[in-house]
Design a protein around this ligand. Structure first.
Ligand code: 5GP
Ligand code: SF4
Ligand code: MG
Length: 455
């Protein structure tokens, strides 16, 4: 998911719309904005893409005020239905509050069971809703104390934005799994999942919000707190591999440069005699550039992506082979014909896309197809906010690299090593979560919701 907030700007909801637009890659299922006019909150939320949900300028008249928060959703817990659209906004005994969440709370079910035993009634199936109940039932008086009270109960991954009538609060979990940054636009403060959203609205990047930090912004300015127990931070390495936008600056680094270095390292680890290097667009592009640069093999675009593919399309009545992939990607025969091709992608999840793409490249006349992946095999599910499937569906959790090579019908297959990946992010100086590659989960789960126990 992606979150964005503005405090103290005359066009707060409009800027939030633009911010969400820049964060669209972090979630395409649904989106929403809640604004505050100083005395009450206003919401507009729906299923669909930001441009569709907020396409009509009249909507911004229903979102008045000088502060707003927004959310783009990609479901990890709770199904993709309208009642699960964020930000969640509620009225309770102390006024109104809205919450936007990126991440995944691993002890949500335990807390939910407890709260339900005491009479709480949940309206959504999202883990985020437990925060609302913890806030409402907290015995503390100040907003900051109630938020601290709630945060001290939850475990896992969260970047949160809270909006009340008069305040905006940002919080990042002590492990710092997901990115969150702070910026300034004139006299307004801005908070965003990724810096690319600050760029779009001409906001100045101030700094990243630190793991475990809670920032309160109100009419008196900004105050920073570290109310939770400190732990060694473990930001998500997969943000650098796939999830974040290449133009963003997260965890102290520019994503594009890290991805390009992953490609260079991949070339050092898995050399091959070939004529061209091509990316699987868009996610494989920076790594393919790095691979080409390091290996000296020319970079080409052998697959062209259609960028206008919506989430739903009508399948043809007659079966067209590989339809799902073809609607997104089409080979350039003149580039591929007779060539020994290195194909670069960021990851193999189920293996279905890679298999279809290798066939597509061969059908276009390639002589050899060598697949190179700019991360280690994805063998374990993520419980911290990335929607990887369970172990049964992850091809590398039950197959050797050679079995995967045969399944995707490649002439050779090479994955970036774990050490190689870590070297691209300066891991000598900082810890990272690498659990989807290693199974070493930095935050344990008290009880798993309909998912098998990881190793
Ligand atoms: P596969 O067919 O192996 O399941 O899919 C691999 C492709 O999915 C890669 O091109 C990669 O960029 C993309 N991918 C990796 N992780 C994710 C994810 O969490 N969500 C989505 N939508 N795509 C992903
Ligand atoms: Fe990121 Fe993987 Fe850790 Fe999930 S398990 S937080 S995707 S590194
Ligand atoms: Mg991809």
């Amino acid at each position: 998911c992606g979150i964005f907030g503005v405090f103290n700007h005359p066009e707060a909801s409009n800027l939030t719309y633009l911010g969400l637009y820049a964060l669209q890659h972090r979630g395409q299922e649904s989106c929403g904005i809640v604004s505050s006019d100083g005395s009450s909150l206003h919401a507009h939320k729906s299923m669909g893409l930001v441009a569709d949900v907020f396409g009509n300028p009249e909507i911004f008249k229903t979102l008045p005020g000088r502060s707003a928060i927004g959310h783009v959703r990609y479901s990890t817990t709770g199904s993709s239905v309208i009642k699960n659209v964020q930000p969640i906004n509620v009225d309770y005994s102390r006024g109104s509050i809205a919450i936007a969440h990126n991440g995944n709370i691993v002890n949500a079910q335990i807390i939910k069971d407890e709260l339900e035993a005491y009479g709480s009634i949940f309206q959504t199936t999202m883990d985020t809703e437990i925060i609302v109940h913890l806030l409402a039932t907290s015995k503390q008086n100040s907003l900051l104390d109630r938020i601290t009270d709630a945060l001290s109960r939850i475990q896992g991954a969260y970047c949160l934005l809270f909006l009340t009538e008069s305040r905006m609060v940002a919080a990042r979990d002590p492990n710092g799994f997901r990115p969150l940054c702070l910026g300034r636009q004139g006299s307004a403060y801005v908070v965003a999942s990724e810096s690319c959203a600050l760029d779009l609205i001409d906001a100045e990047f101030i700094r990243e919000i630190e793991p475990g930090e809670v920032i309160v912004i109100d009419k008196n300015g900004l105050t920073s707190f570290f109310p939770l127990k400190k732990v060694e931070p473990t930001p998500c390495i997969f943000e650098f591999v796939y999830f974040a936008r290449p133009d963003s600056f997260i965890f102290g680094k520019n994503v594009y440069q890290v991805r390009k270095e992953q490609g260079r390292q991949l070339a050092r680890e898995h050399k091959v005699d070939a004529d061209i290097v091509i990316p699987i667009p868009d996610s494989g592009v920076p790594a393919a550039l790095g691979y080409a640069e390091e290996s000296g093999i020319p970079f080409e675009l052998g697959l062209i992506r259609n960028h206008y593919v919506g989430r739903t399309f009508i399948e043809p009545q007659q079966a067209i082979r590989h339809f799902g992939v073809k609607i997104k990607l089409n080979p350039v025969r003149e580039v591929l014909k007779g060539k020994r091709v290195v194909v670069i992608d960021d990851s193999i999840v189920r293996g279905t896309t890679s298999r279809k793409i290798v066939k597509m490249i061969r059908n276009a006349g390639a002589a050899e197809v060598h697949v190179r992946i700019s991360s280690p095999p994805t063998s374990y599910p993520c419980y911290y906010g990335i929607d990887t499937p369970n172990r049964k569906e992850l091809i590398s959790s039950s197959h050797s690299i050679d079995e995967i090579r045969r399944y995707i019908t490649a002439d050779s297959l090479g994955y970036l090593s774990e050490e190689g990946l870590m070297s691209t992010v300066g891991a000598e100086n900082a810890g990272f979560c690498t659990a989807c590659f290693t199974g070493g989960y930095p935050v344990k789960f008290p009880r798993l919701m309909d998912q098998e126990e990881p190793q």
